[in-house]
Write a protein that binds this ligand. Sequence first.
Ligand code: ZN
Length: 833
Amino acid sequence: MVGMISYRYVLIGLSALLFLAIAPNNAIAQTTSRTARLTAIPSPKSVLGFDPGDDRTIADWNQITEYFSRLDKASDRVVVKPLGQSTLKRPMIVAFISARENILALDKYKEIQQRLADPRKVSATLQRDRLIANGKTVVAISCSIHSTEIVASQMSMQLAYDLATAQDVETREILQNTILLLIPSPNPDGVDIVANWYRKSLGTPSEGREPPELYHHYAGHDDNRDWFMLNLKETQHITRLFWHEWFPEIVYDVHQQGSNGSRFFIPPFYDPPNPNIDPLLLRQVGLIGHKIAADLQGAGFKGVLTNALYDTWWHGGFRTAPYFHNSIGILSEAASARLMTPITVTPDQLARSSTRGMRNAIEATTNFPDPWTPGIWRPRNIMDMELVASRAILSLASKYRTNYLSNFYELNRRNVEEPFQPNQPIAYLVPAGLSRDEAVAKLVSSLMDQGVEVFRLDAELHVSYGPQLLQRTNSVSEKLGTYRTIVANTASMQEVPAGSYIIFLAQPQRKNILALFEPQTYPNRLTANGEAERPYDVAGWTLPLQLGVEAPAILSIREPVEARKLTLLKNENEVRADLALPLRNSEASPIRNPTARPIRIGIYKGPVANMDEGWTRYVFDTFNVPYSSLLSDEVKQGNLNSRFDVIVLPSQRSRDVTEGNPSSNVPADRTQGMGENGASNLKEFVNSGGTLICFDGSCELAIKQFNLPLKNVLEGLRSSDFYCPGSILTLDLENKSPIASTLPSTLSGYFINSSAFATTDPSVRVIARYAKDNLLRSGWLLGEDKLRGQIALAEVPLGKGRVVLFAFRPQHRGQTWATIPLIWNSMAASATR
Ligand SMILES: [Zn+2]
C-alpha cells in the first residue's frame, strides 16, 4: 500500500464528525450512506480535473501516485505497493488489479507463480495440475518507460479505473482469471521532467517539443537498454518484482514511435529472431499481436502494422527480457502526437514514411491492411488504441488461463531437464584468481539480480572446457550459435580451483544464460541494393566479453558434484566479501594518482541531451570518481586550466557540440553549442597542459578543430563496404603506454558505428589497434579489412598537454567494464605531468 492519507479524506472525516455532533438522531443512517460515499471509486477526472488523454493536459508523478493511492483506498479490486525509489528518489509503484478474492490472497498466487517458474519445486504431475488449476494468469503492463512517449502513463489511470468499476460479465471474468501488475511508469523521474517541461512550453513555440535534457538522469532513452545489465535502480526494482517474486506470464511494454508512419505497431516482430528464444514464445507473441490487431480493427481503428521494423534479436529491452525468463513480451508503438499536443499528418508524410517491413504508410499490404486516413492525430487516439490493446491481452490471458500457465511451466521444465548432449556446454565457469574482481562481482551480481543461480565452488573440480571465446571466427558459413557446431577438444581434464563461480545450465533460465554467455553471430542481412539492413538495436552483447571476464563453457565434470562442493550465492555482498572487495559506495578510487593533489575532472554536458554523457556520469559515479559537469557557456568563457586538469568529451556528433540545437523554437539558453570559440578554448586548455579525452564521435571535433594528424578511415564509407552496429571487437594493446600497462595485451572493445584512425605522424602514440586476426568477437562486422590493424586508441601530444582519442566507446551504456580501466589510466597519466 502507499502510505499516504489524502487531505481530502481528512476533510471529509472532520466534517463527518461535525455532522455526527449536530445530528445524533440520524447518526446510524447517515453513517451508512457516508460509507457508501467514502468508498465511491474516484474517476481520474475527479482527482486530476481533466480526463487523461485530453489535449494539452498532463498529469505529473504526484498526481498519478495520488490517483492510484485513492483508487487503492476506494476499490477492493486494487492494491498499490511501493517498488523502491527511482534514481532521483521518487517513489516507484505497482498497482495489483484483480477480483476482490484474488487481491485478498495475493501471497497464495505469488507462491503458485514461484513454483510454476521452478519445476524443481513441484513434486508430481498431480501437484502441477493443481497449481495450474488454481493459479491466475499474471499480466504486467508497463507504461511510458520512454517518458516523452507520455500517453500510456496517462492512460494507466483510465485503465485502472475502468477495471475497478466495470460490472460487465467479460471484465468480471478477466478479474477472476488474471492478476494485473500495472506499472504507471517505470521511470517516474522522466514523467516529471516531461510534465514540467511541457507545462512550461505550453503556448510557446516550443510546445510539444522534447525536453532538452535526458529524461532519465543517467540513461535517457537508454533506460530501456539495461535489462540484462541492471545498472539502473528502476531496472533493478522491476526485475526483482518480475523475476524474483511474480513471474508474469505476459509482459506488455507500451511505447510510442515517430508520428508519420503506421498508427500502431504490434507483433509479430521482424527478423531476425534470437536463436535462444523458444519458438513457442514467438508463436504466443504472434497470437497476442493478432488478437490486438483484430480487436483494434473490430473497433474501427486504422493504420495497424505488424511484422515490421522491431525484431527479437537483442536481449536488453523491457519486452525482450521476458523471453529469457520463459514469458511472453509484447510491445506496442503508437504514432506520437507532440507530447500531449495534437498534430496534423499529411498524405505526403505518410507516403514518405518507410521502414523494413513497410514500404510506406499509405499502401495496403498483408501486414498493414487498412492504412490510416491522414488528418489530425491526438493523444486521445493513442490512448484509445492502448486501452483496446491492454484489454485484448487481458481477455486472452483470462480465456486461455490454463494454457498460459501450463506453457510457462513446461518451458521452465524443459530448461531444467534438457537432456545431456555431447560437446554442448553444461555450465559456464568464472575461474578464481582472475584479478578482475570488481568485474567478476558485477557479472555475478547482475546474474543473481535477474534470478540466475550462481554457485561458488567450495572444493576443486576437474572439468573439460569448451572452445575459448577467442577461438570463434565469423565465417558466414557457420550456423547461428557457434557453440553448437564447434567440436571441442575434450581430451584433457583441467583443475578448477575452489573459490571459482559456476553457472549450471540446468535451471529455468537456461536460455538466458546461453544468450548472455555465447558470442552472438548476427546473420548477414543485406537489402536489395547490397547495403546492410540495420538491426533494431545492437548485434552483440556477450556479457563476460563486455566485462573483460574470462568465462569458459564447461563440457563435462569428472567428479560427481555434491552439495558439499557448492554454495548457492544469495547476493552481491556475499560475492564482494568472497573477493575481499569493499562494499559498494566505498571511497576507493580506481585512479592510481601518484600525486597528492586530486585530479580535477570536467565532463562536457552540451545543450543537446546526450545519452553517452549520461552513461559517462554513471560510470564515474559508480566508480567513485569525482567530476563536475562542464557546460557550453563555461567552455566559451575559457580559462579552463584554472578549474580542470582533465576534460572528457563524451561521444557526440561534432556539429551537436559546436552548434548545439540551432532550432529557433528552443529557448535561447538551450540552443547554443560551444562554437568555434569554445573549441579554440579547449585547444588552449590542452596547449597549456590540460588533458582532453574524447570518446568516439567527439574525436572528430578535436581532430578537425585542432588539426590533429589523424584521419578517420571509416568516414564516408557506405554500409555495403563497412558496417558494424554494436558489436564486440578485439583490441591489441601497446603495453608500453602507461595507459595500457595495467591491462592484458588483448581486450574486448565496444564498437557501435564507431571510428578507426590512421596516421603517418610519428608523434602520435598508438595505445590500441583493432586486431589483425579474430577481430569480431560477438555481433556483426561487414568489411573487416577496413578495420584490421587501424588505430583504436591514441594519445597525441599538443603544446604542454595531450589529447587522448578513443575511437570506440570505452564506457558504452555502463556495460563495457573491460575497457573502463583505460579511462582511469588516461587520467592517472595526466597527474604525472
Ligand atoms: Zn519507446
